[in-house]
Design a binder for this molecule. Structure first.
Ligand code: SAH
Ligand code: SF4
Ligand code: F3S
Length: 442
């Protein structure tokens, strides 16, 4: 079979990782990737269900594909990811253009499902939670990422059941991949040229394989010759154990940006959300981390206008943002999700919600602008990833994940270099190499 596949990905980094692994898999039955819709024999949409908008994008996107292929042969249309899991058969009913539905824990079945469809023309949905088989199967297929910065899923699913969240339903129960299976994949990535690995999981710091924790993994992965940087996301405050905090003292490769979603600055709202932590315990973790390594910066996720959030609760969140000076954070208006406890609660007024979101984002952006401004005339360490979009500059990231642009030769791609920051804006640092022999544009 010699067919072209177009893969479009929505949602979080785990979906990005999954899309790459799906491609590694379908390559085995003869698919080759295309970035041109019109060329595709197979169109695969890897979806996200976290907020209603994310879900609606899926149906818009299918509408778009239908239009593009109106006068052509219909491609095989596959829906994967969290919408596939949450809506399964409903998708086939709502959108007969779709042929196959494959949930996030069934990707090991994708080749058989496709071949069966091509043979028998039978629509099917595969949405069982079979995480162990999935990772066993995938670990036998080479992770072909040859990126400077690669993702590696180590844990999947969630047992925490925050009242607003679909993840426990779409990704299933918490599962930690075998320690040595992960090390093997990490080694393979580094052998392929990866310099930075971001370990992924919906509750990545809950990782526990026969007592081996995330801290053990980081300290083992950093021994791989050639690796420069290690990151992990997303963490829950309750799993930020002392061994992981200690990593920030002993590890040479862990990056000093801790993404720790807090969701709200009000204990009352945290209770209503069933987050199982309060602000005091959260602040205590940040304090411990900062004491372990003073270079650490924090980023977070916030849900604004959760049912029951009063003006005072919102002010508490705003106060926390101003106090901690989080950088690179995400904030969202609460979106009711079917099947969750909070979906039955009365939502706040739309205009009021939007106003609160804008207020919090203004404060978050201010932190970011000020942080970046404070780096002007300072030297930052940058892992060079590629040329920027218009090819004029090199693009890399600082230790705190901020984008950095500067002039330099292509042979710096994959290296960690020192850049003096000359200018900055909210999202980017603009600088010059401190070692001027590399400075000319290639
Ligand atoms: N496991 C992580 C978060 C995973 S979901 C944690 O425990 O924090 C990523 C982010 O999406 C969440 O941090 C939350 O801020 C946001 N989110 C999840 N459900 C949402 C909803 N129903 N409405 C709005 N934002 C939501
Ligand atoms: Fe969702 Fe994270 Fe809560 Fe799990 S811990 S339910 S993934 S927000
Ligand atoms: Fe979305 Fe599923 Fe990730 S709901 S955020 S793609 S875990």
């Amino acid at each position: 079979m010699n067919q072209k596949i177009f893969i479009k990905t929505f949602g979080c980094q785990m979906n990005e990782y999954d899309s790459n692994r799906i491609y590694d898999t379908v390559k085995q039955i003869g698919y080759v990737k295309t970035n041109v819709y019109e060329e595709a024999d197979c169109y695969l949409l890897n979806t996200c269900h976290i907020r209603d908008k994310a879900k609606e994008k899926v149906y818009h996107e299918i509408g778009r594909v239908k239009k593009i292929f109106r006068l052509k042969k219909k491609p095989l249309v596959i829906i994967t990811g969290c919408v596939a899991q949450a809506e399964n058969e409903e998708i086939l009913k709502r959108e007969p253009y779709v042929d196959l539905i494959i949930g996030p824990q069934s990707y090991h079945k994708i080749n058989d499902t496709i071949l069966n469809y091509l043979d028998k023309n039978q629509k099917i949905e595969e949405t069982e939670f079979d995480t162990v088989s999935k990772f066993e199967y995938l670990s036998k297929i080479k992770n072909d990422s040859n990126k400077i910065s690669s993702f590696l899923t180590i844990q999947e699913g969630c047992d925490k059941f925050c009242n607003f969240c679909v993840v426990p339903f779409t990704r299933g129960p918490e599962y930690s991949r075998p320690f040595y299976q992960i090390l093997k994949e990490a080694k393979n990535l580094v052998d392929n040229g990866t310099k930075e690995i971001t370990l992924l999981g919906q509750n990545v710091n809950a990782y526990n394989f026969d007592g081996l924790r995330l801290s053990d993994l980081i300290l083992e992965i950093e021994k791989l010759p050639g690796i420069n940087r290690i990151r992990y996301t997303t963490s829950h405050p309750n799993d930020m154990t002392d061994d992981l905090i200690e990593v920030y003292k002993v590890s040479k490769k862990i990056m000093p940006l801790v993404h720790l979603p807090v969701q709200s600055g009000s204990d009352k709202v945290l209770g209503l959300m069933n987050r199982k932590h309060n602000i005091k315990t959260y602040l205590n973790i940040l304090k411990k981390l900062k004491m372990t390594n003073s270079n650490i910066e924090f980023s977070s996720d916030f849900i604004i206008a959760y049912p029951g959030e009063t003006e005072q609760d919102f002010e508490d969140t705003l106060k926390l943002v101003k106090e901690i000076k989080f950088i690179n954070s995400f904030s969202f208006i609460y979106s009711p999700r079917p099947g969750t406890v909070a979906s039955k609660l009365k939502t706040l007024d739309k205009m009021q919600s939007l106003f609160r979101l804008q207020t919090i984002q203004k404060a978050l952006f201010k932190n970011q602008i000020e942080k970046n401004k404070s780096l002007e005339n300072q030297i930052v360490s940058v892992l060079v990833e590629a040329r920027n979009g218009d090819n004029t500059k090199l693009f890399g990231r600082s230790e705190h994940m901020t984008s950095v642009l500067f002039d330099g030769y292509d042979n710096l791609i994959g290296k960690v270099v020192k850049v003096k920051v000359l200018k900055s804006n909210q999202n980017t640092l603009f600088g010059t190499l401190t070692d001027l022999t590399h400075q000319k544009v290639a």
